[in-house]
Write a protein that binds this ligand. Structure first.
Ligand SMILES: [Fe+2]
Length: 466
């Protein structure tokens, strides 16, 4: 995906697939319309506060293009407002357009990121005023529209979709901050240290069926739907993501110089671009250092490796005698509870994320060390599947059996096919509203400016299967 640079959409099928077991479809604690409205308003407000943190910066920084890969931050700001106007003010709210003249400017499909600085964009003050006016009208719509009986607003779906959309752009804007040169503009406390005792290298997931995707999660997007049963052969999965220390061993062993570990496309890409280490790493004498949001620091040994492409993840796995997990393997390890035979909303259960369970929401501007979130472990014992780093899977992004685009094709359907790989789990830059056990992200296999890492898997041996 041009990472999250797409317009929002989703499906709102509240019927559970026959024969599957999923938790009931409701936001915990939102029984009743008033509680649901408050829940949606809080999600919108949290997104706006994060947008403000990322955009309350000098006008020059806001309007500059920090990388050809990204929009100027001021484009993201007004784009967030434009989508909110289209969906919540005009469609859901039934109100007159505020700025129909700028629809085209902020349509991600009309203008590639590299060209956006040349557009006659709203200036910083104008953009801030615009998103504020739109929000006022969106909240007015939230106050008065029924949250049942219409697919777009059922359980507050459209409001949740727009809160997720803004948070997705907030993660994209965070990636722009990472690409930016210069002194730090953002700050946050460090994540917790390791809290788990010794962990096994890998967890074993026995063969069998599980329910993948969802038909009941109220704010799930169209590509997560519908719930369907999938048989997964037994496999082993790394308990934690691959760390910087382990990845550095691959680099030191000449991993980037040996075509044996790379796919043809991966080898061609790293050769053509002179790529020899994760993005933002550089060597200083015998040590690896990195640049992180304007801070220069040693690469921490025990953090999940960050800013690697699919090609790099795949090459590491080959070098290690392993492979990347499929998307179905990842989701089964994350959600399937072998005791209840149910698929959970999150690895730890059905309750929403908390700071003890996962590193989400830009609370910390880095992944936490492996073993930092024992309370977030899945039923089979895999840690940090949600938060810290997005994890590459080996699966191409396609629709599930029975997929239907909603509210429109451009959210995900136009990206289906063999070009994009699925990423799972969210990163430290992802808000809780925009991640769950079923959430699917996608991107080109060359992308490395996003907050991506990975873990490895392997088939079970004949002895292990018996
Ligand atoms: Fe967008």
């Amino acid at each position: 995906m041009a990472a999250f640079d797409r317009s929002p959409a989703s499906a709102q099928d509240v019927t559970a697939a026959p024969g599957t077991t999923e938790p009931a479809g409701a936001h915990p604690g939102t029984e009743g319309s008033e509680a649901l409205r408050a829940h949606a308003a809080a999600a919108l407000d949290r997104a706006r506060r994060r947008t403000a943190t990322l955009t309350d910066i000098d006008d020059t920084e806001l309007t500059r293009q920090h990388s050809k890969l990204m929009s100027p931050l001021v484009w993201d700001l007004a784009h967030v407002g434009s989508q909110e106007e289209i969906w919540l003010v005009r469609d859901v709210g039934g109100r007159e357009p505020l700025r129909p003249d700028i629809d085209d400017l902020y349509d991600a499909f009309q203008h590639p990121r590299a060209d956006r600085p040349e557009l006659p964009l709203l200036g910083p003050d104008e953009a801030r005023a615009y998103v504020g006016q739109v929000r006022e009208k969106a909240l007015d719509a939230l106050d008065r529209v029924p949250l049942q009986g219409d697919r777009l607003t059922e359980s507050g779906f459209a409001f949740g979709m727009i809160a997720q959309h803004e948070q997705q752009h907030d993660e994209t804007m965070l990636a722009t901050h990472q690409l930016r040169r210069g002194d730090p503009l953002l700050e946050a406390p460090p994540p917790p240290g390791r809290r788990a005792g010794p962990l096994p290298e890998e967890v074993v997931v026995p063969a069998g069926p599980f329910v993948m995707g969802t038909s009941v999660e109220p704010w799930a997007l169209d590509n997560e739907r519908p719930a369907h049963e999938v048989h997964v052969d037994g496999f082993a999965l790394d308990t934690v993501p691959v760390t910087c220390e382990r990845y550095a061993a691959f680099v030191e062993a000449g991993g980037y110089d040996d075509p044996r570990w790379w796919s043809e496309a991966g080898w061609a890409y790293v050769s053509a671009h002179g790529i020899t280490a994760p993005r933002f790493w550089y060597r200083d004498g015998g040590h690896w250092r990195r640049r992180r949001f304007g801070v220069d620091e040693p690469v921490p040994a025990d953090e999940p490796v960050l800013h690697v492409s699919f090609h790099e993840a795949e090459a590491y796995a080959a070098w290690a005698g392993r492979r990347l997990p499929t998307e179905a393997e990842w989701e089964k390890a994350a959600r399937h509870d072998p005791v209840s035979r149910r698929s959970l909303r999150y690895p730890w259960g059905d309750d929403d994320p908390t700071p003890d369970r996962a590193n989400l929401g830009q609370r910390h501007l880095r992944p936490a060390p492996v073993g930092a979130y024992p309370e977030g472990a899945s039923p089979v014992g895999a840690h940090q599947l949600i938060g810290d780093v997005w994890e590459w899977t080996s699966t191409d992004f396609r629709g599930y059996p029975g997929f239907t685009a909603f509210p429109y094709r451009e959210y995900s359907e136009v990206f289906f096919g063999g070009d994009h790989k699925v990423l799972r789990g969210g990163s430290f830059g992802t808000d809780p509203v925009a991640i769950r056990g079923t959430f699917r992200n996608w991107d080109l296999p060359i992308r490395r400016q996003i907050f991506t890492g990975f873990r490895c898997a392997r088939d079970l041996t004949r002895d292990e299967v018996m």
